[in-house]
Design a protein. Structure first.
Length: 191
């Protein structure tokens, strides 16, 4: 039989058509089964991709939170300790983070904020505190000495007539060489 005769038999003859349908049925069933499996696999893949995207987003949010805690909050605390004026702290945190490339370094479960060149936040704040730029943003020290009123409104020496009267004469004689002590004594004697 030639190919043309086979084609004619399978497409025009009723017995040929029935044979062709009989041969195609298992193939079509398998095709339908495989397409169903493919659709199911595609659905599972889409779900897995969505879970991966959600996990990546959550991880980035956690990293940002760790960065905020380890860098921003700690820098704010250290700047407050360095007596920086409150309104300047948020801007300084951003400036110091950028200027020093501050990042969170992970070592197992420990997270440490470090500069790009490996310095700790304390080192960064110490360097900043010693700069001329920091002087305009930091409060004056609590006392200016010599009994004068300092930045906190208290004197360096809080001496009263009663405490002077109770002093040991030898200790009193030794302190008289101190100009700050003499200023305090003259201050209470004039009262």
């Amino acid at each position: 039989m030639e190919i043309q005769e086979v084609k004619k038999y399978l497409t025009e003859d009723e017995a040929g058509k029935a044979l062709l349908e009989e041969l195609k049925a298992p193939i079509l069933a398998k095709n339908k089964e495989l397409l169903g499996s493919l659709h199911e696999a595609n659905g599972k893949t889409a779900q897995a991709e969505q879970r991966a995207a959600d996990s990546s987003r959550i991880l980035e949010e956690e990293r940002a939170a760790v960065s905020t805690l380890a860098i921003d909050k700690e820098l704010s605390r250290l700047l407050k300790q360095a007596r920086t004026i409150e309104p300047a702290i948020p801007g300084l945190v951003a400036e110091l983070k950028e200027a020093h490339g501050l990042q969170v370094k992970a070592d197992g479960l420990n997270r440490t904020a470090m500069s790009a060149d490996g310095r700790t936040l304390e080192n960064v704040i110490d360097e900043w505190s010693s700069s001329d730029a920091s002087k305009a943003l930091r409060l004056a020290v609590r006392s200016s000495g010599s009994g004068a009123m300092g930045g906190a409104g208290i004197g360096a020496v809080s001496l009263t007539r009663e405490s002077l009267a109770r002093m040991n004469p030898r200790a009193l004689a030794q302190k008289l060489d101190d100009p700050g002590f003499r200023a305090s004594v003259s201050g209470i004697m004039g009262k």
